[in-house]
Write a protein that binds this ligand. Structure first.
Ligand code: B1M
Length: 210
C-alpha cells in the first residue's frame, strides 16, 4: 500500500514531523493500527537497523529515525489500547541494565495495555535491584525484561537470580524478549516465557497463569 510505504520511507529519513501526520492519515483511511505498526513503522526501523549495521547510516540518523518512530507511536498508542478489554493483570516492564533501547519495550508495554493489563514501566538501564523493589511494591503477575544488546543480555539472568535471593521468584512469572533473545536463552536462564514480538508477548503472558 502506497501510504504505508511512504510512512516507512519518511521514517527512514527521520522525518519526525511528517511521520506522525502520515500515521494519522493512515488511521483516517481505516488502515488498522497493527498493520501501520508492522508494515510501515517496524518495517522502516528494520531498514534503518540494517543500514546502520552496514555503516550506511550513523548514530544521529538512527536517533532521529527513532524519534520519528516514537512520534508515530504516540499517535497509535490510544488506538492500540482501545482494542483492549478489562484489567487482565499487572506487568512490570523494563530494559535491563546497560541497555538504553526502549522502542521495542515501549511497544510491548503498549500491547499489554491494549490487552487490558496495568503496565508499570521502569524505563531503561534498570538494575536487578529495581526490578526486585518493583515486584515487592506492585506485586505484579509478570515481570517483563527487554534486551537489545548481546553484551548485556546476560543481566536478565541476574534479575532472575535477584528475585530468587529476595524470595520473590515464586510469586511472579518472568518473561523475556528483545532481538538477541531466543527461546533457548530464555530456558537457560530460567525465565517462564519468551516471545519474539510485542503481539505474541501478550498471547504468551495469557498462558502463564500462576
Ligand atoms: Co542500537 N543497536 N545501539 N541504538 N539499535 C541495535 C540493537 C543493533 C542490532 C544495531 C546493529 O548493529 N545492527 C546493535 C546491537 C548489536 C548486538 O548487540 N549484537 C546496536 C548497537 C551496537 C548499539 C550501540 C552499542 C551503538 C554504539 O554506541 N556503538 C548503542 C548502545 C547504547 C546502549 O543501549 N547502551 C546503541 C544505541 C542506539 C540508539 C540510542 C541510537 C537507538 C535506540 C533509541 C531508543 O531505543 N530509544 C538505537 C536503535 C534505534 C537501534 C536499532 C536500529 C533499532 C532498534 C529498534 O528500536 N527496533 C537496532 C537494530 C535493529 O534492531 N534492527 C539497534 C524496533 C523495535 C520495534 O524492535 O527493539 O527488537 P525491538 O523489539 C521487538 C522485539 O525484539 C520484541 O518485541 C518488539 C516489538 O515487536 N521485544 C520483546 C522487545 N522486548 C521484548 C520483551 C518481551 C517480549 C518481546 O517480553 C518482556
Amino acid at each position: 500500500m502506497e501510504l504505508l510505504e511512504k510512512i516507512s520511507e519518511e521514517l527512514q529519513n527521520g522525518n519526525f514531523i511528517d511521520v506522525p501526520k502520515l500515521t494519522r492519515e493512515a488511521l483516517v483511511q481505516g488502515i488498522s493500527p497493527a498493520v501501520i505498526l508492522s508494515d510501515a513503522l517496524v518495517a522502516g526501523m528494520d531498514v534503518v537497523g540494517e543500514k546502520f549495521r552496514r555503516d550506511e547510516l550513523f548514530m544521529p540518523e538512527v536517533l532521529i529515525a527513532a524519534k520519528a518512530m516514537q512520534a508515530a507511536m504516540a499517535v497509535l498508542r490510544p488506538r492500540l489500547i482501545e482494542t483492549g478489554a478489562e484489567t487482565a493483570g499487572t506487568i512490570v516492564i523494563g530494559t535491563i541494565q546497560g541497555d538504553l533501547h526502549d522502542i521495542g519495550k515501549n511497544l510491548v508495554g503498549m500491547f499489554f495495555e491494549g490487552a487490558g493489563y496495568q503496565v508499570i514501566d521502569l524505563g531503561v538501564d534498570v538494575a536487578p535491584g529495581r526490578f526486585v523493589e518493583a515486584v515487592r511494591t506492585h506485586k505484579p503477575d509478570i515481570v517483563g525484561l527487554s534486551a537489545l544488546l548481546t553484551t548485556t543480555m546476560s543481566r536478565m539472568r541476574e534479575v532472575i537470580e535477584s528475585l530468587v535471593e529476595a524470595g520473590l521468584r515464586g510469586r511472579v512469572k518472568v518473561m523475556v524478549g528483545g532481538a538477541p533473545v531466543t527461546e533457548k536463552f530464555a530456558r537457560d536462564i530460567g525465565a517462564d516465557g519468551y516471545s519474539p514480538d510485542a503481539a505474541s508477548a501478550v498471547e504468551k503472558a495469557r498462558t502463564l497463569k500462576p
